[in-house]
Design a binder for this molecule. Structure first.
Ligand code: 6PG
Length: 230
């Protein structure tokens, strides 16, 4: 694990934008298109906005970038808690509707069973089920995407899982499974604020079991970069 600490939000955002855009450029020059997985939450919004800004200035080609949501809350797509809405209004702010064709999202309006089947098909369009990069946050309980404590124990390698949490207002979630997340070429974890200091400590000590603290399984990845902003 590579840890980078920031004491200014501006540097955190600029570096986040830089590392993600570099992955996108490299993948596009190697194979024509890039595929990235994105999480929701409060931390990454400004970084997605920065990438959207680069695209608006023609420094980043989002038409050649497949963007996969890594998880979603079971709410309507225009609900304030929707990750689809977050990405649409940050990464794709100012972009025309055709850009949204490259956004792979959970169709929550279908209900969780059908939306989970629909998203499996979206993932199957991904060569080798491999994204070039996944951008994750980690909660203070150790969850990432919508993989909450207790899940890793029962992991059967599903592409998409249905999960529930008592920690948040929206309890029902859909998530890409850990196997697909760990299969990404690179993992970037974004952590911000005092309450996430303990998450950094947990990752550094690596003591907990993935069953109680799912983020522990990320430590198995060979290209794991953690950005922490105080
Ligand atoms: C989501 C997520 C989730 C998030 C963490 C951290 O949609 O909620 O994908 O896994 O990344 O809960 O969220 P914060 O950045 O808000 O702390």
């Amino acid at each position: 694990m590579k840890l980078k600490k920031f004491n200014s939000e501006e540097a955190f955002v600029n570096d986040g934008v830089a590392v993600i855009s570099e992955v996108i450029w490299n993948a596009q020059s190697e194979k024509g298109r890039a595929a990235i997985g994105v999480s929701g939450g409060r931390t990454p919004g400004k970084i997605y906005e920065g990438l959207g800004q680069m695209a608006a200035e023609n420094q980043l080609d989002l038409l050649k970038t497949d963007v996969y949501l890594l998880d979603e809350r079971m709410v309507a797509l225009d609900n304030a808690a929707s990750n689809y809405k977050l990405i649409k209004e940050s990464l794709y702010a100012g972009a025309s509707l055709q850009f949204l064709n490259n956004l792979h999202y959970f169709e929550t309006g279908l209900g969780k069973y059908q939306a989970s089947e629909q998203y499996k098909r979206e993932l199957e369009s991904l060569g080798n089920l491999q994204m070039d990069l996944v951008v994750l946050g980690i909660g203070t309980d150790g969850h990432f995407a919508s993989i909450f404590p207790g899940y890793v124990e029962v992991d059967k390698g599903e592409l998409v899982i249905m999960s529930e949490t008592e920690e948040f207002e929206v309890k029902e979630r859909l998530s890409v499974g850990p196997a697909v997340i760990l299969n990404a070429k690179k993992i970037l974890v974004l952590l911000k604020g005092e309450e996430k200091r303990a998450v950094v400590e947990e990752l550094l000590s690596g003591q907990k079991k993935p069953q109680e603290y799912p983020a522990m399984i990320l430590l198995n990845h060979l290209d794991l970069e953690v950005y922490y902003c105080e």
